[in-house]
Every structure is written in C-alpha cells, then in structure tokens.
Design a protein around this ligand. Structure first.
Ligand code: GLA
Length: 379
C-alpha cells in the first residue's frame, strides 16, 4: 500500500492528482489491449481512455467503435451508458451499428442512387429498397488505423480509414480521420476530418445507443429529451425524407421542452407509425457550421444528464425501435425493444437527392469537418 502510494506521488507531476485511486494506484489515462482477431487474422485493439474524474471509454479500432462509456451518476457511481458486445465476432456479425462510426453516408439514400456532376451512381441496397449507413460493409465494419494523440489529462485517440474508390458504389478514395477525446469537462468529443481524390458525398456519424440509467434491462422511455429544433424532415415508409420540412408544433415530434420519450411514442401520428417510433431527422436551430447545443437527455433516477453539441444541420433521434431482444449484449444482457437510443449528428438523410437540403458533396481540395460533443453532468 505504502509503496503504491509513494509511486503515485512520484508520478503526480505527469498526471492529475485525482488520477490516484483510493488504493493509491495511479489510473493511466490510456491503455491498449488486444480485443480479438478478425477472420482474416488481423488483430483488433481496444483502447481505454480515462479522465481524472473517472469518466472512461473503451474504443475499438474495428468500426471506430465506442464499446463502453462509464459515467458518474449523481452520487458519483460510475456505470456504463452505451450498448455494446463482449466479443469481436458479435461486432463482425452484428447489424445494429452499436457505438460505431457509420459512413460514408450515415442514414439513408433513396433507392441507393444519386447523381453528381451529371453522373449516376448506384450504391449497395441494404435496407429494403434503399441504402443505409454506407452499405453492407460500411465504415462500421472496417479496421481503422489507430494513433494515440495524447496520453495526458485529456486522452485522445485518432482513428483513420481509407475507403477505396468504388467502395459500396461511392466514387473517390476517401480518407477519414476521427479523433475521440475525453475532455476535462467530462465530454466525449468526436472530431472528423475527411478528404477525397474525386467528387463524392460524405456524411459520417456516430451511432452509440445510450441508456443513462446504468441498467440495460430497462427501456429508455422514462428519459427526458429536449431537442433544439422547430421542425423535422418527415419521411415515407422506407424512412426516406419526402423533401418537406414540418413544424413540430402540436405534434409528438415537439421536444423543445424536456419531454419523456415514452409520453407520445405510441401515438397514432402518421410519422411515428411509419417510423415504428422515433426514427427521424430534426432540423437544428442556429444553422450549421457552428458548434451549438443540439439536445439534452436526462435520466431522472440516476440524475445523469447528457448534452449534445454539434456543428451539423441535423440530428437523427432513433428510439431503438428495431431492438427486439435477439441481440445479446455485454454481460449476456438481451437488448429489448427501445433499451437504447441514438442521437446522430449529421446532414439530412437522402441529401444527395434533395437539392433543397444542405449539400453533402465533397470535392478534391476541400476538407470535410464535423465536431460532435457528448457532455456528461448530473442534476
Ligand atoms: C439508424 C436508422 C434506423 C436503424 C438504425 C440501426 O439510426 O435511422 O432506422 O436502421 O440506424 O438499426
């Protein structure tokens, strides 16, 4: 005990004081371990990032996946707030996009087709008659190159994926860097940077399923959600936007004040019927290009509050409607209907076919940038 305390004191100049545990052991801001091997033999690594308040996350270089995120409740109890799997094979076989970076195009492209500069492109169809989340082998199924950028008080991990020209039907070689940082403000910050060698479309997003209660056996219906949006993009039965923008006033899509997710989710409102619950894109206030608050998610029993910031024009709120208990997650817990929810910062779905939506075209010489912040506090 004495020795470990002395050791801890000796490294105080290198790491924040609070990184010393009650047992006197220093908590390392970043560790790396082998998570598993892909069928092709390549090793997948897991990086554990920890800040001095105990917030910690395990990130895989497979799919740039956030596998766990430990966050304090109002009594300081650390619990995992994201859905995920225990083993690599479940990520390889899984279809739920737990915690991954999805792309090239997060969300749907109608009929998997679009035109760019007069040329027609056909993408993989993997969701009814549409293209979803980058296709069959999207960015969530790729092995990314990992680089530790900072092993300090704000641990930071860069993941890079080079998506070849023609992958899933998309034109151009795209190089995407995603930097995950655990900040001193108890935030998981995600910074994206992408370039291409031919004109293409790019709209990656982060697909964590959150359940702030600390227990994945309970649905997220009691969480209170607030979204900074006066309108949303209504969609058809395949969840492709119609192209209209609908005001949320007097509809169950109005989350301008914190409202329980379960309060109206089963209303007969047509959009909820089509989405089998919430699975829509909200048009965020304040215009894109500037990081501003997009949403707040609060779980009353634990007191955990998550505030989402983004510079994107839209936010997809998906209430876990397709979870049906068949996916068994960490510690063998089956993820039942609506036991996790996603808040995906993004451009609007089907933008390549909707000239009235903000553009998602990326050309050689341009740099795609996105910042998303998931900030944790308690009330
Ligand atoms: C997104 C979509 C949903 C669903 C999930 C993954 O959030 O909008 O419809 O496909 O991903 O299951």
């Amino acid at each position: 005990m004495m020795r470990s305390l002395l050791l801890c004191l000796a490294v105080l100049s290198l790491i924040p004081t609070d990184a010393c545990q009650p047992d006197g052991k220093a908590r390392s801001p970043m560790t790396k371990s082998v998570f598993g091997r892909l069928p092709n033999g390549r090793e997948v690594h897991e990086f554990t990032l920890t800040n001095r308040f105990g917030l910690s996350t395990q990130i895989l270089n497979y799919g740039a996946t956030v596998r766990s995120l430990l966050v304090p409740d109002r009594n300081g109890k650390l619990e995992d707030v994201v859905l995920g799997y225990d083993s690599l094979s479940e990520y390889v076989d899984g279809t739920a996009y737990f915690g991954a970076i999805v792309g090239r195009y997060g969300n749907r492209i109608g009929k998997g087709q679009f035109q760019l500069d007069g040329k027609q492109y056909r993408l993989t169809i993997n969701d009814g008659e549409n293209h979803l989340h980058g296709g069959k082998t999207g960015f969530n199924k790729a092995l990314w190159d990992a680089t530790v950028l900072s092993d300090s008080a704000e641990p930071s991990l860069q993941l890079q994926y080079v998506s070849p020209d023609g992958e899933e039907g998309y034109p151009g070689t795209v190089t995407l860097k995603v930097i995950y940082t655990l900040t001193e403000n108890n935030e998981l910050r995600i910074a994206y940077e992408g370039v291409t060698d031919r004109p293409t479309v790019l709209n990656p997003t982060h697909h964590s399923y959150f359940n702030l209660s600390g227990s994945f056996t309970h649905p997220i219906l009691g969480h209170l959600l607030m979204i900074e949006a006066d309108s949303f993009t209504p969609a058809d039965k395949g969840l492709i936007p119609t192209g209209q923008m609908m005001n949320v006033t007097d509809t169950p899509m109005d989350f301008r004040t914190p409202t329980a997710i379960g309060a109206r989710i089963d209303d007969s409102f047509e959009q909820l019927v089509l989405g089998k619950g919430y699975d829509h894109n909200w048009i965020l206030r304040g215009g894109a290009g500037r990081v501003r608050k997009a949403a707040e998610l609060y779980e009353p029993a634990s007191g955990r509050l998550m505030t989402v910031f983004t510079d994107q024009p839209g936010l997809q709120f998906y209430s876990g409607n397709f979870l049906d208990g068949t996916a068994k997650g960490k510690n063998g817990i089956a993820y039942g209907h609506r036991t996790g929810l996603c808040l995906e910062t993004q451009a609007f779905p089907d933008s390549p076919n909707k000239p009235q939506f903000p553009s998602v075209t990326l050309r050689p010489g341009e740099v795609y940038r996105q910042t998303a912040i998931y900030q944790f506090s308690t009330r």
